[in-house]
Design a protein around this ligand. Structure first.
Ligand code: CAO
Length: 476
């Protein structure tokens, strides 16, 4: 009997040794990286685009609303993350009901920012709601939020609490401002454009500051946040722990206005010669001025009228008098003598005359449509940019072909156009799936993701934590 026991113990030790040897071999081969010297697994031999998505397996607790946060989580969803959008019961993301164009359907504002996500409704201020949220914190890899400063803490989800519940969780936030005098302020797109230096440097010198149509404060910051999250996930592979990721909208806008801070410092060395105001003999003040349609780089550029400008507000072209193609520019506009005339031949000689030069180029562009100008100029490498209207962009076949502009079907609003993933990965191809209806996936998330039992689900549901408060309760 004793011998039998001994033999059993011996074979157990042998099996364990075998197992650990296998482990060592496995580690060694991973170290050797299958002969390529890296720690990467063997290169997949699946067809391109069939080896799963880039962020497959990553679960996102998406506590975002309006535009900045949803832009970020939509990108992560396009790369394959499972994005679970938590919304307030009965209301949801406020944009569902903003700028409504189809009565009773989610607005384009919402649908165009929330593709490929799932929606669960949870009242975060209800104890049973907090039970669901805590389960989500424990299950997910990343929590993304863009509430007003302090709102997440007021819910009880402080960094300390989240970190205790799930030390691996990355907590990513958009705020209007970073730490400092304005950190408690609520911020929207144009506030950020103004505070980040975009508005003071946009517009014409003679006019007021101008905001731009591109949502650099909201969508721009969402993009920054997505990069922060992916970097934190990458670092977590080494450290095993989460971290906080903060993107302040002011910082994001300033990052996009980098060249203007460059120019602010260049002012110390004298006037900014590439700004048209230099050529016009208008003195520079202590701050970077608005530069109209001047180019932000070292090559002078301006927007010029094209054929049809009298009736078409977008019949214009951006024309750059890039020094290396000055010869072809002179030929194309019919001023070949400017190539050798010392008054025009060098960029320095042209600087004080840029306004007149652009007027002469415009005489030529006005004889052609913006597309004809583009064709003629690109044939000789002169960089130009047609001013495309949103209508033209929406109808552009090449953008449809690449999936940058996509038609999506939606159960309550029907077909609509959206902008697909602008970042193309050859082995992680994005499909654009419609945005979720409010709470559409509540049941499947409770059951399949959080593994709550039927009894628990019934208890949570009966508590009212997942549904809109009844009208009488609201009034009370
Ligand atoms: N259940 C219960 N309550 C919820 C909830 C849920 N599921 N989701 C949100 N709430 C509550 C929050 O807890 C908060 O309550 P308290 O103020 O009582 O703590 C409340 O909803 C409102 O949140 P909010 O302050 O973030 O929303 P707001 O509409 O007042 O402000 C915004 C909106 C965008 C100005 C603000 O969120 C903000 O400054 N965010 C950071 C910057 C940002 O992203 N701005 C860009 C927005 S896109 O233009």
């Amino acid at each position: 009997m004793a011998k039998k026991k001994q033999n059993k113990a011996k074979s157990k030790v042998k099996a364990a040794a075998k197992k650990s040897a296998r482990k060592v071999t496995k580690l060694a081969s991973a170290k050797k990286g299958n002969g390529n010297g890296s720690h990467l697994p063997k290169a997949s031999n699946k067809p391109w685009g069939k080896a799963g998505k880039a962020l497959e397996g990553v679960k996102i607790l998406d506590f975002t609303h309006v535009q900045s946060g949803p832009t970020c989580t939509q990108l992560l969803a396009w790369f394959g993350a499972d994005v679970i959008k938590v919304e307030r019961p009965g209301v949801g993301d406020i944009t569902r009901g903003q700028l409504v164009d189809v009565k009773g359907a989610d607005s384009l504002y919402f649908t165009m920012l929330n593709h490929n996500k799932r929606s669960i409704t949870v009242d975060s201020k209800h104890p049973q709601g907090m039970r669901v949220l805590e389960a989500l914190v424990k299950t997910c890899d990343v929590l993304v939020e863009n509430f007003a400063p302090g709102a997440l803490d007021r819910m009880g989800l402080t960094w300390e609490r989240i970190n205790k519940l799930n030390p691996r969780m990355i907590v990513a936030s958009v705020k209007g401002f970073g730490p400092g005098p304005y950190e408690d302020c609520k911020v929207y797109e144009n506030v950020a454009q103004c505070a980040g230096g975009a508005a003071s440097t946009t517009g014409f010198r003679e006019g007021p500051p101008l905001v731009t149509g591109a949502q650099i404060g909201d969508s721009g910051t969402g993009l920054h946040l997505a990069l922060g999250i992916v970097s934190a996930l990458f670092q977590r592979n080494r450290t095993g722990r989460g971290q906080k990721v903060l993107c302040a909208m002011q910082d994001g806008v300033l990052n996009l206005c980098r060249v203007k801070l460059r120019d602010q410092q260049r002012l110390k060395a004298g006037p900014l010669t590439e700004y048209s105001q230099y050529g016009e003999n208008v003195p520079f003040g202590p701050t970077v001025p608005r530069a109209g349609n001047d180019s932000g780089g070292g090559q002078p550029g301006w927007i010029l009228k094209c054929k049809g400008w009298e009736t078409d507000p977008d019949a214009y072209i951006y024309f750059i008098t890039q020094a290396p193609v000055w010869g072809p520019i002179c030929d194309i506009i019919g001023e070949p003598t400017w190539k050798t005339d010392p008054e025009y031949a060098t960029p320095r000689a042209r600087l004080p005359k840029l306004k007149a030069i652009f007027r002469r180029i415009e005489d030529w562009t006005m004889t052609k449509t913006k597309f004809e100008v583009m064709e003629a100029c690109n044939a000789v490498d002169i960089p130009v940019g047609p001013i495309l209207s949103m209508k033209e962009i929406a109808e552009e076949p090449s953008l449809r072909k690449t999936g940058t502009v996509v038609e999506v079907d939606h159960p309550t609003r029907g077909k609509y156009l959206t902008v697909g993933n602008p970042i193309k990965l050859s082995d992680s191809i994005s499909d654009v799936r419609r945005s979720p209806l409010l709470g559409e996936h509540t049941d499947e998330i409770l059951k399949d993701v959080l593994k709550f039992s039927a009894k628990d689900i019934a208890e949570i549901k009966n508590s009212g934590a997942l549904s809109a408060p009844k009208k009488e309760e609201k009034a009370a």
